[in-house]
Design a protein around this ligand. Structure first.
Ligand code: HGY
Ligand code: MN
Ligand code: MN
Length: 398
């Protein structure tokens, strides 16, 4: 099964016929189909499959004789954002399987286990918390807190686990035998394009967070309420979104309101409530804290003049992550792969923060577009990524 064949097999799964984007939310039929595909490919390669009570899976290629050295984990995730691209996540999983095939063709025998992982709900597109599977597997998030998370339809994660036949009380042992992690990912910017390189490695992940802004006002008639009599939370939200973009732009940071809920959501009514989620990112932890403080201050100022009220709740905040310098140096030695920062979050960041020596490889994305149906990577660059990953795994486990 070549990379191209595996890619073609996954291509239709969860793909919208109107946008061409992907809807592979955790525990949806599309995401379960991706997982079934993964298990089948693991089986075809006679890999030993381990799973945990949360939905994470690792397929191991074991050395012929048991090894005392902990394994090398690779892989990524199979879920997508809403209407996402084909590459964010699956590229790392498919490339990992193809890299094992390539190593076998090269006659490599592993001296320590090599695992291909698929972490569940990396995007937080259903239950709101990014890197949920890796947070649970590392223990930085407890199963009880996670079980209470709800999706936009009010379904609890605990019930979604039940429906998927998972038992979260069994916890996770998946990372017990992991000595290091290397995640391959499509690049989500144009750094490699500008450097004219097909493959790069990661230096660090920017600090980032998700914050819920609840704006409350007074529902009223859109026609009969004079403009000066309104208590309109939409205006407070709108001014906050503009202030966030302005502030992030001034400081070379990122601020995005990409999700909104409006009550009652009627064309001819002033809303009673607007809930908006801010995704904020910055090069330093202090920068992120300052960005959030400024946005909150501007939001409160505007709320005071609109007569609305506002509360801000952090839903997940991840500090700066520096990848393992020694591991990265070992991987890039002798190659022309630049080492670049990323502003995107990854399971690799969670494992790195939990003390697992971790590195990342990126594959060039010609437009830099990601979290969109337009996300892409040329086949030649994907195959260069497979080779880079096979070289890396061979160096670490050959
Ligand atoms: O949102 C992110 O940064 C990542 O792609 N999950
Ligand atoms: Mn993503
Ligand atoms: Mn990803």
């Amino acid at each position: 099964m070549t990379f191209e064949q595996m890619w073609a097999d996954l291509h239709p799964v969860g793909r919208s016929s109107s946008s061409g984007g992907y809807f592979r939310q955790p525990f949806s039929s599309a995401e379960r189909e991706c997982l079934a595909w993964f298990l089948e490919e693991a089986h075809r390669r006679e890999l030993r499959v381990e799973s945990d009570g949360f939905g994470n899976v690792v397929a191991w290629w074991d050395p012929p004789a048991p090894s005392a050295t902990p394994g090398v984990l690779t892989g990524s995730h199979l879920d997508s954002v809403l209407d996402g691209g084909a590459y964010d996540g699956p590229l790392g999983v498919v490339s990992s399987l193809a890299a094992i095939d390539l190593m076998r063709e090269r006659g490599v025998t592993p001296t320590r286990p090599v695992g291909v992982g698929a972490f569940v709900e990396e995007e937080g597109s259903r239950f709101g918390l990014a890197c949920l599977g890796s947070r649970l597997a590392t223990g930085v998030m407890g199963a009880d807190r996670a079980a209470a998370l709800t999706d936009p339809d009010g379904v609890r994660l605990g019930d979604a686990w039940d429906a998927a036949g998972l038992d979260p009380t069994t916890g996770s042992d998946l990372l017990a035998g992991v000595g290091c992690f290397v995640e391959l990912h499509v690049e989500q910017g144009r750094d490699l394009v500008e450097r004219e390189r097909a493959v790069g490695a990661a230096s660090m992940i920017w600090p980032h967070g998700r914050y819920r802004f609840d704006f409350t006002g007074q529902a009223n008639h859109a026609g009969t309420t004079r403009m000066e009599d309104r208590v309109d939370p939409m205006l407070t939200y709108a001014a906050t979104a503009l202030a966030a973009a302005e502030q992030a732009g001034l400081a070379g940071q990122r601020a995005t309101f990409g999700r909104l809920e409006v009550a009652p959501n009627g064309t001819n009514a002033i809303p009673s409530r607007v809930t908006a989620w801010l995704d904020a990112r910055s090069g330093t932890d202090e920068g992120l804290a300052a960005l959030l403080a400024t946005i909150e201050e501007r939001a409160h100022d505007r709320a005071a003049s609109d007569g609305t009220s506002l509360s801000v709740t952090p839903e997940s905040v991840s500090g700066a992550v520096a990848f393992d310098d020694d591991l990265t140096a070992r991987i890039v030695a002798g190659h022309d792969w630049p080492v670049i920062p990323t502003m995107a979050g990854h399971d690799a960041g969670i494992l790195a923060a939990a003390g697992v020596p971790t590195a990342m490889l990126f594959v060039r994305n010609p437009t830099g577009i990601s979290h969109s149906p337009e996300e892409s990577a040329p086949m030649a660059d994907c195959l260069a990524g497979v080779e880079a990953l096979a070289d890396t795994l061979e160096r670490l486990a050959g």
